[in-house]
Ligand binder design. Structure first.
Ligand code: C6P
Length: 415
């Protein structure tokens, strides 16, 4: 079990009051809070080591470069990659997927080829493929959700023919919390259709589940630092070295060349060729420290803690659902879902629920379409409320949320 009291003491933001109440932060799927060690790492870099990387022949330049490369090696270990050069630093998951669409997609897709995405995808794992299809004449196919809110995997095999070049899917849905068994799915796909490339969007899984990319049987995996206790503006694209080596750079400019002539240029080795311009050095260092913090507590322990919260929250939501007070979306099996709860309170708009929870209880939740408008359409709602949990959240905070929802009903004179 996690010692949540001790963990919470590591996060200075939990000293804050919000509208006269202690902060209850349940918007972790949007971004996580930062422990003091990560904040210290950022300050330490700028206070003591600040210089550009790979450029200066001076002490600070060397220190910054060493810290940056050590962060890369540490993150490679964190996700079980075999080589630090398979770690490309990007700004976030969105940039990682755009990089793959541009650098790999434009080179591999032809008219009438096919890309499969699922009906769960965040816009960041949909729009780059929509654009790639427009640019190349390829077609986008959608793997539907079944009536239980799970993906219709049995249907996937019938979709995957010779024309399919890529299957791109979220490891964990940011709306329904569904966990996709990628290991199983990818192993099956690689067996039946070895020509298909697989991309997993790990934005919502890497912060919460043990990840070993080599065991996942995917070709591309990406995640954002800010959702896993790290700074904003830093993320990772992982891909097998053999694939990265065949790809053209996404951005071109400083820091990614081996030689430049007035009319031509040759690219640097991996991973520099994908990191044009001055990188977010402090961000990479902060993310590495965040990954150490998570490992110190143990990703499996974090998963177990969140599964306990999921079981309890499901119980509390189902009580309200039975009274017709809420509609809860997504699977009911805590083994198959992450601690992300998307719901609507009967008779109250999602934005009003979020605003009143904040104003009256100091509870932060997200409301809206969660960057997933096609899924909202499928659920036949304009917006939902979403409460998402992390290692520092507690059962007491779930009770506070449920009490808050009853208070919202009072404010709207529904009781
Ligand atoms: N979802 C949410 O509130 P960025 O913004 O690039 O760090 O992450 C994009 C992204 C990609 N895939 C999934 C599954 C995601 O959940 C997100 C980010 C946040 O749900 C912000 S919209």
């Amino acid at each position: 079990m996690l010692a949540t009291d001790k963990i919470r003491a590591d996060f200075p933001i939990f000293k804050r009051q919000i509208n006269g109440h202690p902060l209850i932060y349940l918007d972790n799927a949007a971004t996580s809070q930062k422990p003091q060690v990560v904040i210290n790492a950022l300050v330490d870099f700028y206070q003591n080591h600040n210089a550009n990387v790979h450029r200066g022949i001076h002490t600070l330049g060397d220190e910054a470069t060493q810290l940056y490369q050590a962060a890369r090696a540490n993150l490679a270990r964190f996700i079980g990659a075999s080589d630090p050069n398979e770690i490309v630093f990007v700004r976030n998951t969105t940039e990682a997927i755009n990089l793959v669409a541009f650098s790999w997609g434009l080179a591999h897709l032809k008219p009438d080829d096919e890309i499969i995405v699922t009906e769960l995808e965040h816009h960041s794992n949909l729009l780059p493929w929509q654009r790639l299809c427009r640019q190349t004449g390829a077609k986008l196919l959608h793997l539907p959700l079944d009536n239980n809110g799970d993906l219709a995997f049995s249907y996937l095999k019938s979709l995957v023919g010779q024309r399919v070049k890529l299957v791109a899917f979220s490891h964990v849905s940011n709306v329904l919390g569904t966990i996709i068994d990628i290991q199983h799915l990818a192993r099956d796909l690689k067996h039946s259709a070895p020509h298909v490339c697989l991309l997993a969007d790990g934005a919502q899984s890497t912060p919460h589940l043990p990840i070993h990319v080599k065991d996942l049987h995917v070709d591309f995996f990406c995640f954002s630092g800010h959702k896993m206790l790290g700074p904003m503006g830093i993320g990772v694209l992982w891909a097998k070295k053999a694939i990265l080596e065949t790809m053209e750079p996404f951005l071109v400019g400083g820091g990614m060349i081996s030689q430049v002539k007035p009319d031509s240029a040759e690219w640097a080795d991996l991973p520099d060729r994908f990191e044009a311009g001055t990188p977010n050095v402090a961000g990479a260092i902060g993310l590495s420290v965040a990954s150490d913090y998570l490992q110190q507590h143990g990703l499996q322990n974090i998963r177990d803690h969140e599964q306990d919260l999921t079981t309890y929250a499901l119980q509390r939501f189902v009580e309200m659902e039975k009274q017709g007070l809420v509609t809860l979306y997504g699977l009911r099996d805590p083994n198959k879902r992450a601690a992300i709860f998307t719901f609507n309170l009967t008779g109250v708009h999602a934005h009003d629920v979020a605003q009143i929870l904040d104003r009256e209880c100091g509870i932060a939740v997200r409301s809206g379409h969660h960057c997933n408008q096609p899924l909202m359409e499928k659920l036949d709602v304009p917006a939902t409320v979403r409460a998402s949990f992390y290692l520092y959240n507690t059962r007491d905070e779930i009770d506070a949320l449920i009490n808050g929802l009853h208070l919202v009903r009072k404010v709207f004179k529904l009781t």
